[in-house]
Design a protein around this ligand. Structure first.
Ligand code: GUN
Length: 282
């Protein structure tokens, strides 16, 4: 195995430590502590685990967090009412409605009702639109975590061939836009892409975000590429990424493991966004 393993846990720990310092200065300057509020509708076990991790992370950096656990039969109007109330509450800096929500609720309507100034997930049409137009705003956490890993690894994106596999609103689209903003030459691949492996093999920087276990093998990796695997897939072999790690690490220059690569960055960047939202609201 020749590739350098990109240690997301270590990079995330560095980010969290900087946020902890930032929270302390924010408190000293403003006499209050940033507050993140999370909302879960229903009892999806994976959502419970993710959100608990977010609250633990807040506590570790000295931020306040509150949680609203709503019953599975909550109506769209009830959830809209809560999101609007949180938007008007001067004490609240960040609002995160964990997805998925039950079928009777349209997630797009809920997200659109979040105050863009408190949209720490960067998912509202306002923040997604700001990103699309290259304007400053809150950027969703996994894409900004990917960019932070590339920055930390010293990857030169200027003029580099970047290939993104996946076009989700949460990851694929925003990460492609951020790479473009960093002057990479960006190709977006998806389920209809022809000759996927051949397109991927052009990539100096390969970002896999499709949610298909080990979709990309040795044939999809350019020698010396940097591979960022956003996939977290539960299989009989445990958690695996979208990339065949063993095969790719024989060819790539650097690669993120699953788990321990992009995953820890997502929560770290949520803390960054919550502090940024608090600062912008002063
Ligand atoms: N569900 C899975 N990932 C996410 C995320 O990043 N944000 C929200 N709100 N829900 C999710």
């Amino acid at each position: 195995m020749s590739a350098r393993i990109i240690d997301g846990k270590a990079v995330a720990a560095g980010v969290r430590s900087r946020v902890a310092d930032g929270v302390a200065s924010f408190e000293a300057e403003n006499g209050r502590t940033p507050l993140l509020v999370t909302v879960i509708v229903g009892d999806d076990p994976a959502s419970e685990v993710y959100v608990k991790g977010k609250h633990r992370a807040c506590e570790e950096v000295g931020m306040r967090s509150l949680h609203h656990g709503l019953p599975a039969k909550t109506t769209e109007n009830e959830l809209l009412e809560l999101v609007r109330t949180l938007g008007e509450d001067a004490d609240v800096d960040g609002i995160l409605v964990q997805l998925p929500v039950p079928d009777q609720i349209d997630p797009d309507r809920i997200i659109a009702a979040i105050d863009p100034a408190k949209d720490v997930d960067g998912l509202t049409p306002v923040n997604a639109g700001r990103l699309a137009q290259g304007m400053p705003g809150l950027v969703s956490c996994t894409p900004s975590g990917v960019m932070e890993l590339l920055r930390h690894e010293g990857v030169d994106l200027e003029g580099a061939e970047a290939v993104v596999i996946g076009r989700s609103k949460l990851v694929g689209i925003p990460v492609a836009r951020l790479l473009l903003g960093a002057n990479a030459t960006v190709t977006s691949c998806h389920s209809r892409t022809r000759e996927l492996a051949a397109v991927c093999r052009r990539a100096d920087v390969l970002i896999a975000a499709v949610g298909v276990p080990r979709l990309l093998g040795a044939e999809a990796i350019k020698p010396g590429a940097v591979v960022i695997d956003v996939g977290i897939n539960r299989t009989d072999d445990g958690l695996v990424g979208d990339v065949d790690f063993e095969a790719a690490s024989e060819i790539a220059a650097a690669i993120t493991p699953v788990p321990g690569g992009v995953g820890p960055m997502t929560i770290a960047m949520l803390l960054v966004n919550t502090l940024a939202a608090a600062r912008a609201r002063v």
